[in-house]
Design a protein around this ligand. Sequence first.
Ligand SMILES: NC(=O)C1=CN([C@@H]2O[C@H](COP(=O)(O)OP(=O)(O)OC[C@H]3O[C@@H](n4cnc5c(N)ncnc54)[C@H](OP(=O)(O)O)[C@@H]3O)[C@@H](O)[C@H]2O)[C@@H](O)CC1
Ligand SMILES: [K+]
Length: 516
Amino acid sequence: MAYVFTPSQMKTLDENTINCFGIPASILMENAGRGCADFLIKNYPEETKGVIIILHGEGNNSGDGFVLARWLQNYGKQVILLQVQKGEMTEETRHNFKLCKALKIPTFELNKEYDNLDILENVPGVTMIIDAVFGTGFKSKLPSSLKKIFQSVDDNSALKVAIDIPSGLNGATGEGEDAFRADVTLTLHSYKMGFFLREGKIKCGKVYTIPIGIPEHYNDAFFTPAIFIDNKTFRLPERYYYANKSNYGRVFIIGGSYGLLGAAALATRAALRAGAGLVYLISREENKYFYNANPAEFLFIGIPRIEGTLTPDLKLFTTLFKTADSVVIGPGLGFDNYGTYMLEYILRTSTVPTVVDADALRIIAKDPSLQQYLKKPNILLTPHLGEFCTLTDMDMDKLVKDIPTALENYIKKTGAKVLLKSDTTIFSDGKRMFINISGNDGLATGGSGDVLAGIIGSFCGQKMELGEAAINASFIMGKTAEELAKQRYFPSILPTDIIENLFMPLKDESLSSPES
Ligand SMILES: NC(=O)C1=CN([C@@H]2O[C@H](COP(=O)(O)OP(=O)(O)OC[C@H]3O[C@@H](n4cnc5c(N)ncnc54)[C@H](OP(=O)(O)O)[C@@H]3O)[C@@H](O)[C@H]2O)[C@@H](O)CC1
Ligand SMILES: [K+]
């Protein structure tokens, strides 16, 4: 399982491993430094052939750097330590610094004015620069001196490696415009939340995890960590050898209004392509000519309306609705009485997984009385960042500074389950958090959200749990976009391409039997 921790969660894990489990901090540090050394020797034989410069300060991250220096020297490598930040050394760090001195590893300091910074260029044959300045203990802003140093490192052609986290990157929020830009990050124990957000997505390079001895069962012993969805952890709804359409759910898609007929059509077609047994498109009766004219496999139900309120003969719909296995409401729903009535009815009466998207989210933002339904366990909101700002009355600049906290606050306040969509998509229900980064810019096209809502509804219809359905739908949609990008220039990818090629990345997926 690919767990993702915040710096404070990492601290809890470290402290418990030291104080309760009984592995001393010095051994964790030894494991960290040696683990990194072994990894680099094995995977970067060329880049470890020349001189390796280790940038350090005085915290525990630098302690890891000193252990790494010892081991690299032990393996016959040429290492230089360059102090770029002053502070108070921890006991383990000081001890390892002394050991480096005893081994006569060359140590340099940048002088006060940093005018000997050209040391980086003047040492011949540097093939690797390692950042062991700050780890998860970094707070606030990078000192301006370090900004200058990191810029100069950036110009160097050597391979840049960060230990645990690029220095200057906020491990919780991903903030870090001036952070060290690594080609490779060797992160200790597990991924950090900041890798998936903001500048974290461009500062880490390739990320590898190095085990340091924290027991596996500690991962979810003190809190429920976030889980990163990747090729190994993603799941699809189960398919069976002996099945018919009733095994794969009746999905109700509710939306479509004048000017926005396509939104509900996209969600409907996506639900079908994602494997639903039966898909109903519920829309305004006047839309029947449009939807019935499109050759498709869905069933259309038109709901008439009278003078601003709905006809009392919603009978067909309300009776039929009792058979639903899942619902998607919102794509092109419209904001008039029809839209508001339908949304209120669905939120109030639905007992099956219900995906609330697009126009439905804006109706909720305008009508706080609807918020009472959000804590129902079967309701999922699927806003993109803009819709989330509308829901929370927050401005975008503030939201992007710390997305996890904004999400946590909203969930605490409303009790909602949320799939927050962006280049990093996060699901949270206040207890679990899932993260997906699959996809590309080709998904930044109107209609992508409708497709995703349809896939989620479809997965729920096929008995997948709401949160799992949400994040796995997002993952498979992103993977499909990545696969399409191998065949065409990615900005030209359309939502309909996603629908028609859904599951393309899974050519070898086989059916599982009901017993498995
Ligand atoms: N705990 C463990 O058991 C293990 C931890 N391990 C390793 O330790 C790392 C965490 O260690 P850490 O907590 O010592 O913090 P670290 O990131 O090295 O730096 C803190 C120093 O930087 C300073 N500082 C902070 N912000 C600053 C700023 N803006 N500008 C200037 N200074 C700033 C801060 O100063 P302070 O805030 O205390 O005044 C302090 O001096 C972790 O990432 C992993 O690599 C592994 O060895 C495994 C076992
Ligand atoms: K670092």
